[in-house]
Every structure is written in structure tokens, then in C-alpha cells.
Design a protein around this ligand. Sequence first.
Ligand code: FAD
Ligand code: FMN
Length: 495
Amino acid sequence: MTEAQRLILAGVITTIWLLGCVWLLCRHRGTRPLADARADLLVAYASQSGNAAALARQQAQQLAERGRVNILPLNQVSPTLLKNTPKALFVVSTYGEGEPPDNGRRFSQRFLKPQAKSAVDLSHLRYSVIALGDRNYAGFCAFGHQLYQGLAALGAQAEQPLTEIDAANDLMHWQLPAAATPHTSQPVQPLLHWQLCQRQQLNPGSTNAPLYLLSLSMPGPMPVWRAGDVLTIQPKHDPQKIQRWLERTQMEAEKIVVINQRAQSLSDWLAERHLPEQGCPQGSPVTDWLDQLPHLPQRQYSVASVPAEGVLKLIVRLQYRTDGGPGTGSGWLTRYCMTGEHFAATIQANVHCHIHNHRAPLLLIGAGSGLAGMRAQLMQRAAQADAGPVWLIFGERSESHDNPLAHELDYWRDQGLISRLDKTYSQGPQPGYVQYVLNSQAGALKDFMAQDGEIYLCGNKSGMGDGVHQCLQKLLGEQLLEQLTEQGRYHRDLY
Ligand SMILES: Cc1cc2nc3c(=O)[nH]c(=O)nc-3n(C[C@H](O)[C@H](O)[C@H](O)COP(=O)(O)OP(=O)(O)OC[C@H]3O[C@@H](n4cnc5c(N)ncnc54)[C@H](O)[C@@H]3O)c2cc1C
Ligand SMILES: Cc1cc2nc3c(=O)[nH]c(=O)nc-3n(C[C@H](O)[C@H](O)[C@H](O)COP(=O)(O)O)c2cc1C
């Protein structure tokens, strides 16, 4: 090789290396937003299923009209950034039993534990906290409170009292007092009207509560979503319940009422609101009386399809309340909503469950209705010519009656999209759970993860999710699992 050829070769190698570095940097930037050092305001969020993140984005957008805004997941807020930030808004939900969401856990350990107090002086920082939670949990908005108090303990100055939001009741319609919504009065997500096209029971004959596959569409163009996203629905009552209520109160079911420029019958308006003891008082305008009735609480469901399929699919288990009646959300979707009927719902981007690297090996773990999120991830991969291997571990009750989407899963295994399919049943000759499969496959799990693998875990948190999480901690080590979370390679979609 001549000197000139050697120089050209060295030049080519250097260029390839530089391009590689740029590619890695771009990839890194794609998953980790970088902080703008000149920003006047920090908006930081901790969010497990996307509500707090969506609210934070909305707040940041509005605040950007007044100055430069940094918006970051809480875990990416560093001591340097805090030191250089004069003002911050924190939008955080609570997960588990009064715990921070995954993308706020490291911040919590770093800044909110007692030993952190002497480490950072935040006396220059003015802050507010919006806390999302659910009043049905013992520690309502507990992490929001921990954060609010923890920042004060580090010397930061609260600008206003903590704002608590009961997400299931307030978020979609955003009917909050002005003091609670310092920067907005708009709905966080646009409300769309979806139509139920099809509903099919996936476990006929099962001793388990019925599980259904639902297909939804909408008259106009469908919105775009990604695998991992969640549909928040506005449930409605059993129509017979409305009819009985109207008969009792002697109000006119077909009376047309206009609220916010939308005209519909009284019975349609009442369908999605709490029914009061009494009807509208004589002489009062029906519009005002109706408008102050609170909505039924919203419910979330993991989307089970991708937009290319032309329908939005859900996999929903009918839940029963302690009084024996069907659950508010699952009862509406699986019992009362008729094929062809419309209801309000909105898609919630759930960024921390998005999988960006489709070439990486993907381990899908779930049970029961958790198949919803797993199916969406699978379908997203089906659209990629060079998708990496998928190992799917799924648990249900009995092989004979609880084998949802068996043909579809077999098809994708035969096509090579699923490289390994493990199904396990808790009732049968050899009862098993998904944790047992993991335990018996520790070597295969480590190999899978060693190749840049990602894990997506979907389904019930207390029944399955916590067990799998502990098992992964044991098999991979707590530190590695923490790192995988930080690197966006461990996605928990648990409820
Ligand atoms: C991010 C996310 C994704 C989810 N994805 C899915 C999914 O893909 N599929 C799926 O099936 N589920 C999913 N869920 C769960 C779903 O949102 C609901 O929690 C579930 O359907 C039960 O809600 P429900 O309204 O039907 O029941 P509820 O009406 O909330 O009843 C549930 C329980 O609440 C109690 N209860 C509530 N009100 C009363 C009352 N008045 N009297 C007596 N008892 C009462 C009962 O103990 C009952 O067991 C998801 C949840 C989240 C957060
Ligand atoms: C598994 C699970 C555990 C939860 N634990 C709590 C809790 O302890 N306290 C609370 O107020 N809310 C709790 N919630 C309710 C969430 O905080 C609420 O749904 C919120 O809107 C979620 O926001 P996110 O989508 O930003 O994570 C929990 C929700 C789930 C799914």
C-alpha cells in the first residue's frame, strides 16, 4: 500500500468513526432531552403512564410564551441544573404505594432523602408542585407531597401551596378551580369521539372474569399513536339506569340541551355524569344544573394495536365492584356500550413505554389483559423489516379457556417475528406464573439482555408486575435493573 493510499484509508476510518460518534450522540439526544443553560424556567415531570408528562408539556408550551423553558423528566434534573435554575414547576404523579414514578425515583433518592439535605442549597429556587394522584389510594398524591416538602427542606421557596389533582376525575375535562390551574384552563388532551366497531370475548367458558378484544374507530382521520400509549376513556352509565332515573325524576329524556355549543338530548348528557338524588329544581336552567354535575371518573386502557391496522384495539377484563356490579370503565366497555355507539376518549402518549430501538432484542412479559400492551409492541415490530428478536412470556389461568389470541401469537412465532414464545398457566397439571419461567431461564435472560435487550412488562401490578420486578432484580441485580430503567430499556406498564 502506498503512503497516499494509507492516508486515504486513515481518512476514511476517521470519518466513519466520527459519523459513528455523531450517530450515537443523536441517539442519545433522542432519548435524553438536553437542558438549555439559558432557560428562565424549569418544568420537570415524573410520570408513569403519561398523564403528568402531558400536563407538564402543556404547561411548558404556555409558559414558553413568557421566556425560555427547560422541560425534563425529573431524573434528569442534575445538581448543576438546580443550582442554575431560578424558578421551577414540578408536575409529578404518584405510583405504587405512595412512591415516585420510575422516571423520578433517582431524583427522589438523590435529593429527597434525609442525607441529601446538607448536600444541595436551593435557597435561590422558587418552585411550585402540581401533584397527580387518585383519591382511592391511601397516600393520595404522596410523592407530590414528598417533593414539595423535600424541596422546602433544601431551602427552596414555594410560590404557592401544592396543587393536588385527582386525575381520574379532573384531568380530561380539566374542571379545576382557577387557583389550581395557574397556567391553563384547557383540556390536557383533545377529546375525540370513538365508535365501538367490534367486541369479542377472548375466554369463553373461563372461570376467570370475561376478557374482551374491542376494536374502535372514528369517523374522520385516526390520530397517530405508538405502541405503549394509553387510551383514557370517559365511561357512561348502563342506559337502563338512566331510564329508571328519568322516570323517577320525571325529567324529559329527549329534551335537547346545549352546553359549550354541543347539542344533545338530556339522557345523552346524563349518561356520563354522576346522577344526583333529585332532578333539576323547578325554575332553574337545565343547562346550568347539568353542567355542574361531575363526570364519571375516567379510566385508562393500554392500546393493543398500531395505527397501520386501521382500528384502535383494547383488551379489557370486566371487573366487578365490591357490591357485585360491573366496574365503571370495564362495565361500560364490555357490557353497556353497543356496537356502533360513540363515547369520548383520548390517547395519552406514554413516552416511557415507547421502544425506539426496533433492532434490539425485546422481552415482552405480561399476564391477562397485559396482552394488550404486548400485542401493540409486537405489531409495531411486525412493520419493521429488520426487527430484532422478540421473546414473549405470557401468563393466564387455564390453557383450555384462557388462551387469548392464540392463533395470532402462533402465526407470529411461525413467521419468525416471535423468536421464543413461553406461555404458562396458573391452573393445570403444572401450575406456573411468568416469574417461574424467568427463574428457570436465568441464563437465557442474561444473554438476551447482554445484546442490548429491552424489557416491556405489562399488566396487573400487584398480581404479576411486582413479582416479575422482584424476580428481575434477583436475576439481573438491582443495580443493572436501575441502569436499564435509566437507559430507557426497562419499560413498566403496570396498573
Ligand atoms: C396505564 C393503565 C393501563 C391499563 N390498561 C388496562 C388494560 O389494557 N386492560 C384492562 O382490562 N385494564 C387496564 N387498566 C385498568 C383499568 O384502567 C381499570 O382500572 C379497570 O378496568 C377497572 O376499572 P373499572 O372502572 O371497571 O372498575 P371500578 O369501578 O374502578 O371498580 C374497581 C374496584 O373498585 C372498587 N369500587 C369502586 N367503586 C365502588 C363502589 N361504588 N362500590 C363498591 N366498590 C367499588 C371495587 O373494589 C372494585 O373492585 C389499566 C390501568 C392503567 C392505569
Ligand atoms: C399502580 C398504580 C399505583 C398508584 N398509586 C397511587 C398512590 O399511591 N397515590 C395516588 O395518589 N395515586 C396513585 N396512583 C394514581 C396515579 O397517580 C394517577 O393515575 C396519575 O394520573 C398517574 O399519572 P401518570 O400517568 O403521570 O403516571 C396509582 C396508579 C397506578 C396505576
